[in-house]
Design a protein around this ligand. Structure first.
Ligand code: ACO
Length: 470
């Protein structure tokens, strides 16, 4: 790996390496992750809570999250190393292919992304709708689905899935048995199936193969930037082929080329958001893919899931919160008051991390770096954020294991890059599309339709009462 490629932004590399050293000092094992990698032996016995907490839905080699220790890696590479030495282009290639690209493979991939970034047909279709009046995530979802029409044969008969590949969704036909209601444990059995006949190469391969993933990784940013422009009543910018992925996103959003620092900061933020285990939006994408729908619909459902404030929508609210707190002096009283009202403070807590989120370990110092030497207003924003963090950690870290998550500082980072808060969650999707597509591609190799059950707690044997007697 060429470690000099970030030579114009060595401050950022150092800041990331410092964050890694701090993490290592606190948890001791960054880069030395627990040995996993063995194929599981089904059935797996696990404890399941509401929201499928604890359930194991599949095996994956894409990424690893250890919430107890605060570790995150993609395809075996530690997140700190990837942020310090890599680029989003390389990381998205890594997620999809399972290995880092050679220089030649990277050039080819970058060329494909450059070609796919131009999506005039899709943008024309998008612009025939009142995008400026729509929720940005709704518009992004719509635009992503419009990208299907660039592979125009998707709805043709010969492009439809081979039925031999489809598995019945009928509950009784699924080799899964739960113990009687009230039990906390369930046995999941995924019977080894006879190897299914491989569908013949068809147009569908284009829609569920690597090309469609490249198309989505390149195209979702173009749609996002177009939405940002249309919301301001302006026409989208054409991507510039000579710019990097992050450079293009910055350019299409702001109408000027980024400085090396701006480009690198955005690139690091993209790497940090690219994949994260079986989070809600990834699971949503995989559920849709498992029905043998195509990858555009899958990514569309990931976007829909990401929209919620418990998932990707938190960073916009973090910024409102910090502005509402107003100054570091108010932080203590504000946090105390929120907790007394039983409110959840946006940007804190995580279903998986019960320690400091490694992504926040990088985004926090990045935000501080971007704010240094800025106006009093911006310095106040970052000081207030840091003080709120300290107060929340003092109140909740020990007892409830609540720490800042990825969303806590990303809003400040994006604001410093001139990005409108309404576009924060779409920007999350721009990055996560790599994780969604990588996991979908992996899963459909051994597809089995997702079909959990509900524990029925309703009534039985109720007698129907005619409407005039109710
Ligand atoms: N502020 C204050 N208290 C919190 C917070 C918070 N942000 N998050 C959790 N808690 C408390 C809960 O009140 C609960 O306390 P209790 O046991 O006394 O009832 C306890 O911690 C456990 O919380 P749960 O909501 O059960 O944790 P869960 O794992 O289900 O939720 C979630 C995780 C949704 C992220 C939650 O922490 C939250 O709502 N955070 C704020 C929103 C946010 O930042 N979302 C972004 C997450 S990162 C991402 O998706 C990219």
């Amino acid at each position: 790996m060429n470690r000099n490629r970030h030579q114009e932004t060595t401050e950022i590399t150092e800041l990331i390496l410092d964050a890694a050293a701090k993490a290592r000092a606190e948890i001791g094992v960054v880069g030395k992750q627990a040995a996993t990698g063995k194929s599981a032996k089904w059935p797996i016995d696990c404890t399941i809570g509401p929201g499928l907490e604890g359930a194991i839905a599949c095996e994956s080699k894409v990424g690893y999250v250890n919430g107890g220790a605060g570790l995150l890696s993609y395809r075996g590479y530690d997140i700190f190393e990837l942020c310090a030495y890599s680029t989003y282009e390389e990381v998205s290639y890594l997620l999809l292919h399972g290995h880092l690209p050679t220089a030649e493979a990277l050039r080819d991939y970058e060329q494909k992304l450059a070609n796919y970034r131009h999506m005039n047909q899709t943008l024309r279709l998008l612009m025939s709708f009142p995008v400026e009046k729509m929720n940005a995530m709704a518009a992004l979802r719509m635009g992503t689905i419009f990208m299907r029409q660039e592979f125009t044969s998707l709805d043709h008969e010969e492009a439809k899935p081979d039925l031999l590949d489809a598995i019945s969704a009928d509950e009784d036909s699924i080799a899964m048995e739960t113990k009687p209601s009230g039990e906390r444990r369930a046995i999941y059995e995924f019977k080894k199936k006879k190897s299914r006949k491989k569908s013949k190469k068809s147009n569908r391969d284009d829609a569920n193969g690597l090309e469609a993933c490249y198309h989505l990784i390149a195209g979702v940013p173009t749609i996002t930037a177009a939405i940002a422009r249309l919301r301001q009543g302006m026409m989208p910018y054409e991507p510039l082929n000579e710019l990097s992925h992050a450079g293009n996103i910055f350019y299409m959003l702001n109408g000027r080329r980024p400085t090396p620092i701006e480009e690198r900061v955005l690139d690091v933020a993209l790497i940090l958001h690219a994949d994260h285990g079986m989070n809600a939006s990834t699971f949503a994408s995989m559920v849709v893919a498992s029905t043998m729908s195509d990858i555009y619909f899958s990514v569309g459902s990931g976007i829909a899931a990401l929209n919620g404030p418990l998932h990707g929508g938190a960073n916009e609210r973090v910024l409102h919160t910090i502005r509402e707190v107003g100054s570091p002096e108010n932080a203590g009283a504000w946090v105390k008051d929120s907790l007394a009202k039983n409110e959840k403070i946006p940007g804190f807590g995580h279903r998986v991390y019960k320690t400091y989120d490694p992504r926040a370990r990088i985004l926090g110092p990045l935000a501080k770096f971007q704010c240094s030497g800025c106006t009093d207003e911006i310095q106040n924003l970052i000081s207030t954020a840091e003080k709120v963090e300290q107060e929340v950690i003092n109140s909740l870290a020990q007892e409830k294991k609540i720490f800042p998550n990825v969303d806590y500082y990303s809003g400040v980072v994006y604001t410093r890059l001139g990005i409108d808060p309404a576009m924060f969650t779409p920007l999350f999707a721009v990055s996560r599309v790599a994780g969604w597509t990588a996991r979908v591609l992996e899963y459909i190799q051994k597809n089995r339709i997702f079909r959990p059950r509900a524990l029925y707690t309703g009534a039985f044997n109720r007698e129907f009462v005619a409407i005039d007697e109710r």
